[in-house]
Design a protein around this ligand. Structure first.
Ligand code: FAD
Length: 437
């Protein structure tokens, strides 16, 4: 588990007065914040501009909802405030999320550390929230776009000045507002970036949102010939000629560039470098399990074996024992070799050239795919402007949760975990601070 525990979240505390909390956005973090606040005794209203809450959840984990991960560290996240995420995960961890789901009637399945509902159906998670929100008396306004939050001043019985809020033209005065609008990734699910504008009208800085956990594009023409190939590979992200990070796993070659989990994991850093107009390349090792020297020895031995053969095999045929045929043909062509070269005709200098490409194939990256294809957003509300209870440091009473903040995680359940954890923390602190008044 991550970080120091500043105090575990107490899900059972109660506020005396039915204080009012508005939640903008009925996604993963908004639903969690609503549930926790309502169970804490607050009167909670969700404003959601889609016709249903939780649409994105149904898309997660290929419809199976990879809701968290057993392997967990703050290193699995990108943010401009590591202390914030350590504190939030300290208050509600991956273990707490697992316990929450089990306690609320969803059994859990683990696959290579990735956590899913036992049913492997994302709808199981969404149904849990719909049911529990109803049970807890949360009011849900759907098809309700929020573009304005009015901030008013109020004086409490003790004479203390505090903020009160109104949502659009709704006459209700809220003591707290939790902004849980998500980022800009997959806008058809509702997260269209309108939350950033809302935050900006309240004075918050938004760090440039960029697509992340997304495919990388290249303008090289040879991708058409290798589209559809999947292969295990090591990928190094190279910015201005310097390797900054690497990932391994199944690479997918497409007609516009590269995809697959290792590409997704590199994509946030690539997006930032491209945004800064830097030169971005990905260096691919197509046979990571064998060293260049061992490959050289093996191919040379094959050449010797057929040195005096009457009908020696083609180089291409030998290489097909090592790599996908489409990749073999493309690498041979790029190395200036004819397709019909025989294994025993290969000159050492040609072999070196070919091996150089097999072990270090440079792909010049020109762009990421757009937000429509991205799973998350890199960037968002400046995390230095929120407290460890996810409350705005600029306007007390406003809270932020989930992907709208400048926090994004690796592929593997980390983004939903952030949504759950920040949702719990904001929901509870919003309740607790009303209780103290
Ligand atoms: C295809 C896909 C697969 C994914 N798979 C996984 C996975 O398996 N595991 C994982 O951890 N993460 C996954 N993610 C990422 C994860 O879904 C998100 O990080 C998470 O849902 C963010 O939660 P959120 O509450 O911050 O925002 P969202 O879930 O985006 O919810 C925001 C809500 O706010 C509403 N809203 C926005 N603006 C307004 C407004 N102005 N007024 C009213 N309502 C508004 C939206 O309609 C939406 O319902 C995936 C994402 C995608 C797109």
């Amino acid at each position: 588990m991550v970080g120091k525990h500043p105090g575990k979240a107490n899900v059972f505390m109660n506020v005396n007065d039915r204080s009012k909390i508005a939640i903008i956005g009925g996604g993963a973090s908004g639903m969690m914040a609503a549930l926790v606040a309502a169970r804490g005794g607050a009167t909670v209203t969700i404003y959601e501009h889609m016709d249903r809450i939780g649409k994105k959840i149904l898309m997660t984990g290929n419809g199976k909802c990879n809701f968290s991960n057993l392997s967990f560290s703050d290193k699995d996240y990108y943010t401009n405030n590591t202390d914030l995420i350590k504190s939030v995960f300290g208050q509600f961890s991956n273990q707490d999320a697992m316990n929450f789901f089990i306690k609320n009637g969803v059994l859990v399945k683990e696959k290579n550390q990735y956590l899913y509902p036992l049913t492997e159906q994302a709808s199981t998670i969404l149904d849990l929230f719909r049911r529990e929100l109803e049970q807890s008396g949360v009011t849900i306004h759907t098809s309700y776009e929020v573009s304005k939050i009015v901030v008013m001043k109020d004086r409490s019985a003790s004479g203390q000045e505090q903020n009160l809020f109104k949502i659009q033209d709704d006459p209700t005065a809220y003591q707290k507002v939790i902004i849980a609008c998500g980022g800009k990734a997959a806008p058809k699910s509702g997260s269209d970036g309108s939350g950033y504008r809302l935050a900006q009208t309240l004075g918050h800085e938004v760090i440039q949102p960029l697509p992340a956990l997304v495919q990388l594009r290249s303008s090289e023409s040879y991708f058409k010939a290798i589209a559809g190939v999947r292969t295990e590979a090591i990928l190094k992200l190279c910015v201005e000629g310097k390797v900054i990070t690497e990932e391994s796993g199944e690479l997918q070659l497409t007609d516009y560039g590269i995809s697959g989990i290792p590409v997704f994991q590199l994509s946030g850093m690539a997006a930032m470098a491209l945004f800064e107009k830097k030169r971005v390349e990905v260096i691919i090792d197509f046979i990571p399990s064998v060293s260049k020297e061992d490959l050289k020895e093996y191919i040379t031995e094959q050449g010797m074996r057929f040195q005096n053969a009457e009908v020696p095999p083609l180089l291409e045929e030998i290489l097909q024992g090592l790599m996908n045929k489409k990749i073999v043909m493309m690498l041979m062509k790029q190395s200036g070799m004819k397709a019909d070269i025989k294994i025993n005709q290969l000159a050492p200098i040609e072999l070196d050239k070919l091996l150089g490409r097999i072990k270090k194939w440079y792909v010049k990256i020109t762009n990421t795919n757009p937000f429509a294809n991205a799973q998350v957003c890199r960037g968002g509300i400046d995390c230095m402007q929120v407290s460890h209870s996810c409350e705005s440091l600029l306007i007390p009473g406003i809270y932020f949760t989930g992907e709208i903040l400048n926090v994004d995680g690796r592929c593997g359940g980390y983004n939903l975990q952030w949504a759950w954890s920040s949702g719990v923390v904001a929901g509870l602190h919003a309740c607790q601070s009303m209780q103290k008044r």
